[in-house]
Design a protein around this ligand. Sequence first.
Ligand SMILES: C[S@@+](CC[C@H](N)C(=O)[O-])C[C@H]1O[C@@H](n2cnc3c(N)ncnc32)[C@H](O)[C@@H]1O
Length: 416
Amino acid sequence: MRTSIYLSRFLALLLCIVSPFYLAIRGSASLSDIALLLSSLSERAEALHVALTFPPAAPPAPISKKAFEAFRPPKAGRRNRNPSLPNGLAHCISSFEQYPFLAEQVLQRKYARYSKQTPAQKAIGNKLGYTAHFEKARKGIEVNTRFSEQIAQIAREDYHTGSQVLEDSDDADFAVVDLAFGHISRDWSTQGTKERQAVFPPILNMLEQHFGADGRGVKVLVPGSGMGRLASDIADLGYEVTANEVDYGSILAYHLLINHTSSLHEHILQPFVTKWTYQANPSSRYSTLTVPDHWPNKAVKLVEGDFLKMFPRDGEFDAVVTLFFIDMSENVIDFLSNIHRLLKPGGVWINLGPLKWGTHTALQLSVEEVLQLADLLGFNVDHTSRKEIDSLYAEQPETLLKFTYVTQLWSATKRE
Ligand SMILES: C[S@@+](CC[C@H](N)C(=O)[O-])C[C@H]1O[C@@H](n2cnc3c(N)ncnc32)[C@H](O)[C@@H]1O
């Protein structure tokens, strides 16, 4: 049986090798066509080598959960490499530092797909000006590199890491930086105004309904504060705001904005420069943003770390505001119980967001179930406050894909 599999593989690969030569000799192939054929021949020879050296894989046997855990990549190992630093910090610093290489890899992958075409196809691509995009994108990456290197350098100073290598360069993650760029443009650029205008004013109005126009002396917690714009806008109204965030991708970029910015629109970035799909016009990928478009409020106190662990004192806040947050929990009962615990009796919880539960969550509840849960935990839900608000999030300009969240707004007070 195995011998016949080897034989059929061998014949198929032999056919792949011989046919290009036959076509090249028969047709009027140019020298460059033949060079291309030879290069594809070398790839096929390698494939032949692999096929003959390694036996065909047997169908996988069912794997036990224990064995599966044993084969999982050692993620915890990566986190433990710098035990003196907070969880995730080294990874984020390293990712910001490695951004130019990570972004170049994204371009290289695009280029590899482009260059696999036939010479005739490439000539058409050239007529479309396609290759010029690689150079233009590289210029955008240089712009972004200045921004991400600044974030990393400030982080090294703030957390006293010294100049040591913080993790294997292979572990650096493009997504960390990409996500931070998306969040920063939504929160702190003029282009993000429309997205913010859809969701911030309804929250600010609800705070005003509860506490009046002047927020002085009212303590508000914003857990999962991301890049911190909502917390800052609440503080602008006079409230005493504590923001809380666990992700260093956001925290480090926020540090740059709040502590190392001397003028509005000082920092420049092109967050979409590696995103080439869903575009009516290629110019949208080069759109340049400047941040911040508004001064971050320095009165906001940022608590770095897990919302479930960082606030030991019960009844500390008059209001807790959650924006795109409660569905981040591993168990929503933990998040809602913690919100309840942290509120003073009669304090208000204002929530706006979709219920985009991850696959890791213990419970994936509907809105009605979340509100029933709130009631069970000791909240009076104000059903008259409920609204649905359509919201985009960190959308690329002029994109052909519009992802609309039908967010749910409500307020609930802690029973006295
Ligand atoms: C979808 S983002 C929303 C950020 C921000 N509220 C906004 O609307 O732009 C959710 C945020 O919650 C943060 N987060 C998730 N779990 C958290 C936890 N246990 N403690 C603190 N922050 C958390 C994430 O890091 C992320 O920044």
